[in-house]
Ligand binder design. Structure first.
Ligand SMILES: [Zn+2]
Length: 83
């Protein structure tokens, strides 16, 4: 699986992850450097845990992650209804 990155917001060129800093168990900041030598943009992007798609079998009680609508739909239809 390739490393996820956002293209340079100025020139849309690919970028290189230069550094990362974990802010918490839910949030990371990544410093990206644009690979376009004519641009040279260096910027920080955030990587954040947003939603749970499948709950953990060993949940940490201090972690509170929003369930995705998809998961709620599965729960609502667990009685056997299609939809
Ligand atoms: Zn650029």
């Amino acid at each position: 699986m390739r490393v996820i990155s956002i293209p340079c917001p100025h020139c849309r060129h690919g970028v290189h992850a230069a550094n990362s800093h974990t802010m918490s168990g839910m949030m990371m900041e990544i410093t990206y450097m644009c690979k376009n030598p004519g641009c040279g943009h260096i910027f920080v992007a955030g990587l954040e845990v947003l939603r749970t798609l499948s709950p953990s079998a060993i949940p940490n009680p201090s972690v509170n992650i929003q369930l995705s609508k998809h998961v709620r739909n599965i729960s609502a239809h667990a009685s056997g209804q299609e939809g």
